[in-house]
Design a protein. Structure first.
Length: 56
């Protein structure tokens, strides 16, 4: 799991399920960072059980 760079003590507004190869994910992460949206990134290829969550 990777976190964006939120302000100290800030809680994430969004949990984003991603893969390293997803172009849409990369663009959305950049847009959220540019807009100051705090998020937690969860890589579904390395975090057990998360691919199933996304499939549902």
């Amino acid at each position: 799991m990777v976190e964006s760079t939120p302000a100290a003590g800030a809680t994430p507004d969004v949990t984003m399920y991603t893969t390293t190869w997803c172009g849409y994910c990369k663009r959305l992460k950049r847009m959220m960072q540019d807009d100051g949206i705090n998020f937690v990134e969860v890589d579904i290829e390395t975090t057990p059980g998360t691919a199933e969550i996304v499939e549902r």
